[in-house]
Ligand binder design. Structure first.
Ligand SMILES: C[S@@+](CC[C@H](N)C(=O)[O-])C[C@H]1O[C@@H](n2cnc3c(N)ncnc32)[C@H](O)[C@@H]1O
Length: 495
């Protein structure tokens, strides 16, 4: 109730600055159970970093009543609400039979470097650190956070929760453990690389990576996927690395976390480039046996970056109205959704025109009519009047009106998709906009465009694309050209 009251009273904007989102009880229950299973002994201290109104503090008090709980939060308002929940009348003094609760109104990163080393005995860090994006951190905050994170975060793009994780890892003694609910981005981005490496190589600690699907909104309104990371105490022997795919379900008004898949991964090999698809690793490896990476036999590049698509891509009506010469225009595909079928042939290209969508690129490469053709001259001066010539990309070009020369690809692929990345064979000799990737088959490719497109559209192909893409909340996924180059495509695939 307190969490809800706070969320209603304090605007989203103000909560975002401190990354204040409260953890649903089902996730708190799941995390407490997960950490109970990996601990070897009762922790003497449980630290709740960014305690809010105390979702974890209150649970920890129930599970480990004789331990000391330390709730650290910068926000004195939520800390005050938390004080009302737990009996902590005198800081540090225990109630009969209960360990004390300490409420610490301080920056966790400062607290962990100054006060944490004084605590003796096994310690557990359990909680949901602030989800604060790097853009919302001040320069001073970033500087202090970097000091606390040391070599575990070297990129400037990390959010505050990654620094909380790094500072906690740096402060772990062998008997200590952690269990944190985090935004999933560190699992696959560059800024999380050192953290992943540390976890991969800490083979004497049990590590559990629990991933929620992108459709589960744990951090409301943030477009971020959520994950739970648990790290156990150091043992004498090698410990497992476990990855799970979770889901958050609701039945009769009660939410629960369910485990969908679980894999135990051998940490003998090198650290995988991403932790986001660990549960799919086995099938991906099997498929890779008889395959080639797409980038080894094909070129992949974005379509034409014009800097002003509304000016450079024209519909049939615009083309007619402007009377532009044929030699200044090339057939084009601006968006995958414009194409009515799996193959962009002349008929499909005509259909795009009939639907009123743009399908011609103003391409002045090799066209010498800029000074002689009156219609073209007047279209270009209209572009100038609109300021197209002063746009960033136009200023980079030799002539503002002459876009980069891009060859026509064999296949178009939509880099962003919801459950599916569209694959379109290009039989119309069209050039794509930069909303699309073009795949150009090289002479050594073992497939023709029809075979490759058929595999890319198949269940296996789409699953492999999903495995390489970044997932966003709401179910959309995005592929980068670099990941697409590493796509393992079976050598033999017949249609
Ligand atoms: C995601 S909320 C989690 C709240 C609570 N633990 C829960 O799970 O419901 C993060 C909390 O971190 C706090 N916070 C933000 N920056 C902090 C900092 N530098 N040090 C300590 N707490 C901070 C915010 O005030 C907020 O209460």
């Amino acid at each position: 109730m307190l969490a809800e009251a706070y969320q209603i009273l304090v605007s989203g904007e103000n909560r975002r600055q401190l990354g204040t989102f409260f953890t649903p009880p089902a996730i708190v229950r799941y995390m407490v159970d997960a950490v109970l299973a990996i601990l070897r002994e009762r922790p003497y201290y449980i630290v709740d970093p960014g305690a809010g109104v105390g979702a974890f503090t209150v649970s920890a008090r129930q599970i480990w009543p004789t331990s000391t709980t330390i709730s650290v939060d910068l926000n004195v308002v939520t800390l005050g609400l938390l004080a009302a929940r737990v009996d902590s009348r005198v800081k540090g003094r225990s109630k009969k039979g209960h360990g004390p609760v300490e409420l610490v109104p301080q920056d966790y990163l400062e607290w962990i470097s100054r006060d944490w080393p004084k605590l003796e005995g096994p310690r557990l860090v359990l909680g949901n650190p602030p989800y604060t994006r790097h853009q919302q951190m001040t320069a001073g905050q970033k500087k202090r956070a970097k000091e606390a994170a040391g070599s575990l975060v070297t990129s400037g793009l990390a959010g505050l929760s990654a620094y909380f994780l790094a500072a906690t890892i740096n402060a772990l003694r062998p008997a200590d453990s952690l269990c944190l609910l985090l935004p999933g981005s560190w699992c696959e981005t560059r800024y999380g690389r050192e953290l992943r490496d540390w976890l991969w190589h800490s083979r004497r600690r049990r590590v559990e990576v629990d991933l929620f699907p992108s459709t589960v909104e744990v951090f409301p309104g943030t477009q971020v996927t959520a994950m739970i990371l648990s790290v156990g105490p150091e043992q004498k022997s090698r410990q497992p690395f476990v990855a799970r795919a979770l889901d958050l379900t609701e039945s009769r008004g009660r939410q629960s976390v369910v485990k969908k898949t679980e894999v135990t991964i051998d940490r003998g090999g090198p650290c995988p480039p991403s932790f986001a698809r660990l549960t799919a690793i086995k099938s991906a490896r099997t498929r890779a046996v008889n395959s080639l990476s797409l980038g080894s036999v094909a070129t992949i590049r974005r379509g034409v970056a014009t800097g002003a698509n509304h000016f450079f891509f024209l519909s049939d009506a615009e083309r007619r109205r402007e009377g532009l010469p044929d030699k200044a225009l090339r057939p084009a595909l601006v968006k995958a959704s414009h194409c009515p079928s799996d193959t962009l042939d002349l008929e499909a290209h005509e259909a795009i025109g009939a639907a009123g969508a743009p399908r011609w690129l103003l391409d002045m490469n090799g066209c010498d009519a800029a000074e002689t053709d009156e219609d073209l001259k007047s279209y270009l001066s209209r572009g100038k009047a609109l300021g197209v010539h002063n746009r960033h990309l136009a200023l980079q070009r030799k002539f503002w009106h002459t876009v980069e020369l891009v060859a026509t690809p064999d296949i178009f692929l939509a880099p962003v998709g919801k459950g599916c990345h569209r694959v379109i064979r290009n039989e119309a000799g069209a050039v794509g906009s930069n909303n699309l990737y073009g795949i150009y088959l090289g002479p050594l490719a073992p497939w023709n465009s029809q075979q490759l497109a058929a595999w890319l559209r198949s269940e296996d192909g789409q699953l492999s694309l999903q495995n390489l893409s970044r997932q966003y909340q709401g179910g959309s996924s995005k592929l980068e050209p670099r990941s697409l180059r590493s796509l393992a495509v079976p050598v033999e695939y017949s249609v």
